[in-house]
Design a protein around this ligand. Sequence first.
Ligand code: SF4
Length: 90
Amino acid sequence: MDGSKINGKTVTEETLLEEGYRKYSGEELDIYYSKDICAHIGNCVRGNPDVFEVGRRPWIITDNGDVEEDIRVINTCPSGALKYIRKDGR
Ligand code: SF4
């Protein structure tokens, strides 16, 4: 699933926060997560446990992975619970 879009439209921070996503800021990328949508399948944790670790607070630390790697893992989320917004202009 493309973590930069919802229903084919590029996401904005406003929409994500309205939809109940929480923001996990990084320097060049922000990750957004919706616990209501999460299906607990664990692709994120298996994909990069440095960034996604259940039981840690915060459970997502965006800057523990680089931008491309974070996006790769986010796009493996099958439910749409993970989204991202790039801040590096790419
Ligand atoms: S990959 Fe997505 S659906 Fe699966 S646990 Fe992570 S956030 Fe939840």
